[in-house]
Ligand binder design. Structure first.
Ligand code: PLP
Length: 411
């Protein structure tokens, strides 16, 4: 008789965003006069860059004639895009990377969720806390997280990132086999400076661990000193112990179009069942060619256009507009006397709640008194309690209006 995967039964409900939505709905019904503005959204609001639209039109036309029509493409991505990524995202930054180390997909969410399949169920997993929930839930679904204990999983190793350690994760007491790092970070908006990232690469090398580095927000790094790495592969030695996931979603507005890539250098090897080392990229190739048929041709042409000179200029302008929102949110929050983090190299602003208020308590206060929506930090993990997340992805007009309402809020 068929039976369900028991690890799904052990998952807590998708409680964060559902609860936020339910509370917002109830508030709207009670206070229809003041429109709700969300500073909680993680989706982009600005349209695709014109260079991307032009490339899409051209690629669509190619599909209309037998001579240029494309059916199934290579599962790992077309060479034109893999080459463009290797050249612009790596070699232009002084990082040696071959196009064959780059695996194009239709999103980082699936890549970061799927990659855990390549590892034994016995592997210990470490996540920074608070955390993008996909790393946690995908390991829980596979049966690698243990039991849900109400606010955490029994078998995961949590690396708290709070004001107390300046949002830089310390090495844990128990040694993990797989370490998820996400920088610039969702939800805290903070970054790891070169020395701190180098220390984690060194740690992984010493302990035979693998780092899964999510750099979905790399394009938001404003640093001009070169002290905030855009890629983990800027750290010497990372090419043997790290995998990097990147996405066009936030960089170029592809959240609805879907294109991303995972970089697995040929030098990354892990022990196989007999102890002999296996190339991780061979396992990923095997997985993807079995379970995935590739990102659409027209979408890959659109992604390629992001790297054209016009595409680069347009993407920079869009990101600058979001980051102008971020700067205004930061100064508005600081003006209220609240401590806030992030928002300098990332579109997220992580705000300490006033007077020891819980995340949900502050969320409710903001909603009831100003009709503004934020995301309660506790939903991202136990160390998120006492914080809320604001995002800079709203329109300029909404952000302006939100800031005016915040100024009127007397705490
Ligand atoms: N990684 C992080 C840290 C994210 O915040 C997100 C989306 O919010 C993703 C990955 C997902 O990206 P994609 O749209 O490419 O699936």
């Amino acid at each position: 008789m068929i039976r369900s995967n028991e690890h799904y039964a052990g998952l807590p409900g998708a409680y964060l965003f559902a609860t936020v939505a339910a509370r917002v709905r109830a508030h709207r019904e009670q206070h229809p006069a003041l429109p709700v503005i969300s500073l909680g959204i993680g989706d982009v609001t600005r349209p695709l860059p014109p260079a991307v639209i032009t490339a899409l039109h051209t690629a669509v036309d190619e599909m209309a004639s037998a001579a240029s029509f494309k059916g199934y493409g290579p599962e790992q991505g077309y060479d034109f895009l893999r080459e463009a990524i290797a050249a612009h995202d790596y070699r232009a930054r002084g990082v040696q990377m071959d196009a064959s180390d780059i695996f194009v997909s239709d999103g980082s969410k699936c890549d970061v969720a799927n990659i855990q399949e390549l590892f034994s169920l016995s592997c210990r997993v470490a996540v920074t806390d608070p955390v993008y929930p996909v790393y946690v839930d995908s390991n829980a679904m596979a049966g690698r997280a243990g039991r849900w204990t109400g606010d955490r999983w029994s078998d995961l190793i949590y690396l708290p990132c709070t004001e107390a350690n300046d949002f830089v994760p310390d090495f844990p007491a128990a040694v993990p086999d797989i370490i998820y790092l996400c920088y610039p970070n969702n939800p805290t908006g903070t970054v790891l400076h070169r020395d701190a990232l180098a220390a984690w690469v060194d740690y992984a090398r010493r302990h035979g661990a693998l780092i899964i580095y999510d750099a979905a927000y790399e394009a938001f790094i404003r640093d001009t000193e070169g002290d905030v790495p855009h890629s983990i592969f800027e750290i010497p030695g990372a090419e043997e112990v790290a995998v990097e996931c990147r996405s066009f979603s936030k960089t170029a507005g592809f959240t609805g179009l879907r294109c991303a890539f995972t970089t697995i250098p040929a030098a990354v090897t892990i022990p196989g069942p007999d102890g002999a080392r296996i190339r991780l990229q061979d396992m990923w190739k095997r997985r993807q060619s079995t379970k995935y048929n590739g990102c659409p041709y027209i979408v890959q042409r659109a992604a390629e256009a992001v790297y054209s000179p016009e595409g680069q200029e347009q993407v920079r302008a869009t990101i600058a507009a979001y980051m102008a929102n971020a700067a205004r949110i930061r100064s508005g929050i600081e003006g209220m006397g609240l401590a806030c983090y992030g928002g300098i190299h990332a579109p997220y602003i992580w705000v300490r709640t006033p007077d020891g208020m819980g995340s949900w308590e502050f969320f409710d206060l903001l909603l009831s008194r100003t009709s503004l929506v934020c995301t309660p930090g506790a939903g991202f993990g136990p160390s998120g309690e006492g914080y809320v997340r604001f995002t800079a992805f709203g329109s300029e007009a909404d952000t302006t209006e939100a800031l005016e309402r915040l100024q009127e809020l007397r705490l």
